[in-house]
Design a protein around this ligand. Structure first.
Ligand code: PHE
Length: 466
C-alpha cells in the first residue's frame, strides 16, 4: 500500500509548500499588530527567541514523526507502534477541519477585496466599515440580508483549493506553491519599498526597531509563543503529513531552519510594511490586527497613499496567496487522512470534504453580522457564555485544539516515542544533529510546560492569545 504513497518531486517543492503552509494570514495581519502592541523591536526579539527555542524543535518533531511513519496524522501513531496516542492525530485533523471551515471563508473575503480594489476602490474608501458589513450582509440602514457576496467569493476560494488538492501532492500542491510563493515574495518587496518611502514612515520604522521593555509582560511572552505556533502551522499535525511525503535523504534540520526563517522573515517584513504605512497615514494609534483591521482600517491607508489603489490590489493579492497556500495544507492533511484511513478516492473525498467545510463555513460568515447565530464557550471566569458562532469556532481551535495537539505531540515525542527516535530520524540523511541534548530537554520539559501555561491562561485566565 505504501509503495503508492505520494512524494514531493523536489526539495524546493517541499520547502515552498511547507513555507506556504506556515506563511498565512497570521503573518500578515496578526504579527504586525502584535508587534506594535508588544513595543515594536522588543516583541520582534521575543518572537525570534520563541521561534528558535520552541518553533524549530516542534517543527522538527512533527516532520520527523511524519517521515518516520510515512503516514497521515492519525496513522502516524499506529505506524510508530502507539495506537493509544492516535487521539492526538484526531485532535489535529478535527482542528484542521474546523480551521478550514472559517479560513476558507476569510480567504473568500480576501478574494472579494482583490476585486473590490481593482474595480470599485472609491466605494470602499467612502465608507470602509459599511462596505465590509455590506459584504457580510448588514446594510447601512441596519437591515440584514443573506451575505451572498461573501459566500460567493468563499465558494470560489474553496474551488481553487479543491482543484489544487485534486491534482495531488506533486502535480497540484507543489506546482501551485512554486508559483504562489515567489509571487508572494515579489509583492512583499514591492509593498515594503512603497511603505518605507512614504513621507512620515521613519517614525514607524524607528518604532519597529526600538526597544521598550516597559511594554513587555508575561502575556507578551505568551502572546509571542502563541503567535509562533500559529504562524509556523505547529500543533495541527499538518507538518506530520507534509513530512510523510519527504524522502529519507532529506536533511530535516536544515529544512526546518529554512522554513522557520522564511516564515519569520515574512512576518517581520509585514510588520515593516504595515506599521510604517499606518504611522505615515492614519497615525500610530491606528495600528491593529485581524480582519477588522485588514478589511476596514487599511482602506484609509490605501486612500491616502500615492498609488494606493494599485498597492491595495497588490496587498490583497499578497493575502490571497498567503491564505491559499495555508488552506491547501490544512485540506491536504484532512484528505490524506480520509483517503488512507478509509481507503476513499482522492477526488471524491476532496469534493465531499470541501463542500461540507464550505457549508459549515457559511454559518461562520452568516454569524458575523447578518444573523445572530450563537455558539457556546466555557470559562471559569464567567461560566458558560454564548459568543457569536464565528467567535466560538475560533476560540475552540486557537485556545483549545492547537495547544492540545501541540502538547500531545510533545508528550508523545518526548516520553513515548522518545527523543532518541526523533534524533535517529533526523540523522537519517547522514548529517549529524548537533543539538541532541537541548532538543531532548525542550521537547520533554520546557515545551510541554510552556504549552500547559498557554492552555491554562487562555482557558481559565481569560487571556486571549488569538
Ligand atoms: N500558519 C498559518 C498562518 O500563519 C495558519 C495555519 C495554522 C495554517 C495551522 C495551517 C495550520 O496563517
Amino acid at each position: 500500500m505504501d509503495n503508492s504513497r505520494a512524494q514531493w518531486g523536489s526539495k524546493l517543492g517541499f520547502i515552498l509548500a511547507a513555507a506556504g503552509s506556515a506563511i498565512g494570514l497570521g503573518n500578515i495581519w496578526k504579527f504586525p499588530g502584535r508587534a506594535y502592541e508588544g513595543g515594536g523591536g522588543t516583541f520582534v526579539l521575543i518572537y525570534l527567541c520563541m521561534v528558535i527555542f520552541f518553533g524549530v524543535p516542534l517543527m522538527l518533531t512533527e516532520l520527523s514523526m511524519g517521515r518516520a511513519s510515512q503516514a497521515n496524522v492519525v496513522g502516524c501513531f499506529h505506524k510508530l507502534g502507539h495506537k493509544g496516542w492516535s487521539w492526538v492525530g484526531w485532535v489535529g485533523v478535527l482542528g484542521a477541519f474546523i480551521i478550514t471551515c472559517y479560513y476558507s471563508h476569510v480567504g473568500g473575503w480576501v478574494l472579494r477585496y482583490v476585486y473590490s480594489y481593482a474595480v470599485e476602490a472609491p466605494e470602499v474608501y467612502v465608507d470602509p466599515l459599511g462596505y465590509f458589513y455590506a459584504t457580510l450582509g448588514l446594510a447601512a440602514d441596519e437591515t440584514t440580508h443573506f451575505p451572498w457576496v461573501a459566500i460567493l467569493f468563499a465558494a470560489l476560494f474553496m474551488l481553487c483549493n479543491a482543484v489544487v488538492i485534486i491534482r495531488g501532492v506533486e502535480g497540484g500542491i507543489e506546482k501551485f506553491n512554486k508559483i504562489g510563493m515567489p509571487a508572494l515574495f515579489v509583492i512583499l518587496v514591492i509593498l515594503l519599498v512603497r511603505a518605507v518611502t512614504l513621507s512620515g514612515a521613519e517614525e514607524g520604522l524607528r518604532y519597529m526597531l526600538s526597544f521598550d521593555w516597559s511594554k513587555v509582560s508575561f502575556t507578551t511572552v505568551l502572546s509571542a509563543l502563541g503567535q509562533a505556533f500559529y504562524s509556523l502551522s505547529i500543533g495541527m499535525a499538518i507538518l506530520i503529513t507534509y513530512g510523510s511525503y519527504l524522502p529519507r535523504t532529506e536533511n530535516l534540520h536544515k529544512n526546518t531552519v529554512l522554513i522557520c526563517t522564511m516564515d519569520t522573515l515574512v512576518a517581520i517584513l509585514a510588520g515593516f510594511i504595515i506599521v510604517p504605512a499606518v504611522f505615515a497615514t492614519l497615525g500610530a494609534d491606528h495600528v491593529g490586527k485581524g480582519g477588522g483591521f485588514a478589511f476596514v482600517s487599511l482602506a484609509g491607508v490605501f486612500e491616502q497613499m500615492p498609488g494606493g489603489r494599485l498597492f491595495g490590489v497588490l496587498f490583497y493579492l499578497l493575502l490571497l496567496f498567503a491564505a491559499l497556500t495555508s488552506c491547501i495544507s490544512l485540506i491536504e492533511s484532512i484528505v490524506a487522512f480520509l483517503t488512507e484511513h478509509f481507503s476513499w478516492k482522492r477526488t471524491a473525498t476532496t469534493v465531499g470534504v470541501c463542500t461540507v467545510m464550505f457549508l459549515i463555513g457559511c454559518l461562520y460568515t452568516c454569524s458575523q453580522a447578518a444573523y445572530p447565530l450563537k455558539g457556546f464557550w466555557i470559562d471559569t471566569a464567567g461560566g458558560v457564555s454564548f459568543p457569536a458562532f464565528c467567535d466560538a469556532m475560533e476560540y475552540l481551535t486557537d485556545r483549545l485544539m492547537i495547544p492540545f495537539c501541540a502538547l500531545g505531540c510533545c508528550l508523545f515525542a518526548g516520553w513515548v516515542w522518545k527523543p532518541e527516535s526523533a534524533i535517529r530520524e533526523i540523522e537519517q540523511s547522514g548529517v549529524r544533529f548537533g543539538m541532541k541534548k537541548a532538543y531532548a530537554v525542550i521537547i520533554r520539559y520546557v515545551a510541554p510546560l510552556a504549552i500547559i501555561t498557554i492552555l491554562g491562561m487562555s482557558i481559565f485566565g481569560g487571556i486571549t492569545l488569538s
